[in-house]
Design a protein around this ligand. Structure first.
Ligand SMILES: Nc1ncnc2c1ncn2[C@@H]1O[C@H](COP(=O)(O)OP(=O)(O)OP(=O)(O)O)[C@@H](O)[C@H]1O
Ligand SMILES: [Mg+2]
Length: 376
């Protein structure tokens, strides 16, 4: 049952985040939206609300396919909220949990699609100008797996632009809120120094390292040790964990994770272009259909809408992925479940028969002729 909330209809609560509760809702035109209701203890602080409203007024001007669109903000039934585009998909954190459960490694080409999308969204915001053509100098400040969302069509989007700024300023009154988020900070951010867009490039590098290595890069047992690790910025070679990662990707990771901002990519667009080059040169056959295939492997119980439209490609990649093996640590292991294997093999057989139908029919024809000749 839907409950009214301002001009919206709330359908269900989906998550409780660091500073808000997230709801699935509908607007007056029956469009799906996500509503973030700020936690009452934060909303009761005038300074926080002032900063929050200032930030949201800026961020609402962003409009890009790789940024979760902010739609509206305000006060309803005593709660400060903002509404945004509903993402029918998963956050990168959920994807990471699912892939670990299914024991499937994050494919390198999918990681490249992800970082290309994230960096394109970031770059758009970084270079955004106000209506007087003055740079807005926007920095996300919290590029991390919960703030990267993937749609069912295989498009990655950055959520919560700029909001971290408001949240972090209030960290003293809200201990624990940013726990875990320290591990995605840039060294300059962890030191409370002035920062620019290159801080987001560093955080994107941490995300990229982590999805490929399947381990947390800077997270330690407590916040002090985590901050210390970020500041020291010692980055183990990705090849240790993933020997299958091409050298160019290792260079990308090292460059984005340079301790000095001046040694990183100059813009997020440069990083996106590096990912695009890797895709073009190393994975020329990779398309967004491979992202959907990956999602369907790690969320086998869910349907992915666009699978139908990409059926042919997906059937091939399903088979390919049933042979997808984990090579780290020397051992190899087939990673799909039995049901998926059976359907992949059936799909492959159908695909094979279709692809070779001319040879098969010619062979059958010749066989029949031979039999007729032989028996008559
Ligand atoms: N626009 C959206 N559409 C669908 N689900 C969303 C949307 N935004 C957030 N979610 C879901 O809600 C979860 C929590 O999001 P939220 O941004 O509140 O948490 P957080 O990033 O961990 O914390 P915070 O941003 O407050 O520091 C996300 O991981 C995602 O699963
Ligand atoms: Mg968030």
């Amino acid at each position: 049952m839907r409950t009214p909330f301002g001009s919206y209809w709330i359908d269900r609560k989906v998550a409780v985040g660091g500073m808000a509760e997230i709801y699935h809702a509908f607007d007056a035109h029956e469009h799906e939206v996500a509503i973030k209701k700020i936690h009452p203890d934060l909303a009761s602080q005038e300074k926080f609300i002032q900063m929050f409203l200032d930030e949201v007024r800026i961020v609402i001007q962003l409009n890009h396919p790789n940024i979760v669109q902010l739609l509206d903000f305000g006060l309803a039934e005593g709660a400060y909220f903002f509404s945004m585009e509903w993402i029918d998909g998963k956050s990168l954190s959920e994807i990471n949990v699912a892939q670990k459960k299914m024991r499937i490694r994050f494919p390198v080409d999918v990681a490249m699609w992800m970082i290309k999308d994230v960096c394109e969204g970031l770059h758009y915001a970084h270079q955004k100008q106000d209506r007087f053509k003055k740079p807005m100098n926007l920095v996300h400040r919290d590029v991390s797996p919960p703030n990267i969302m993937a749609t069912r069509d295989g498009v990655f989007k950055v959520a919560d632009f700029g909001i971290a700024h408001v949240r972090d300023k209030n960290v003293r009154t809200q201990p624990g809120i940013i726990r875990g988020k320290f591990s995605y900070m840039s060294p300059e951010q962890s030191l409370g120094k002035p920062l620019d867009h290159r801080s987001d490039i560093f955080s994107a590098g941490v995300v990229l390292h982590e999805v490929l290595a399947d381990t947390r890069l800077f997270l330690r047992k407590n916040e002090i040790d985590t901050l210390d690790a970020v500041r020291k910025c010692e980055v183990p070679s990705i090849k240790q964990k993933r020997p299958d990662v091409p050298g160019e990707v290792e260079v990308m990771i090292k460059k984005s994770l340079s301790q000095a901002a001046s040694a990183r990519y100059r813009t997020a667009l440069e990083m996106a272009e590096s990912a695009e080059t890797v895709l073009r040169e190393r994975y020329p056959k990779s398309t967004r259909a491979d992202i959907i295939t990956f999602f369907s492997q790690i969320f086998p119980q869910e349907k992915f809408a666009s699978q139908k439209t990409t059926a042919k490609k997906t059937s091939r990649s399903n088979f390919r992925s049933s042979l997808y093996t984990q090579s780290a640590g020397g051992g190899t292991k087939t990673v799909l479940s039995g049901a998926q294997n059976t359907s992949s093999i059936l799909l492959f057989v159908a695909d094979f028969l279709l692809a070779h139908r001319y040879w098969i029919s010619t062979g059958l024809g010749l066989g029949c002729l031979f039999l007729i000749e032989y028996f008559i």
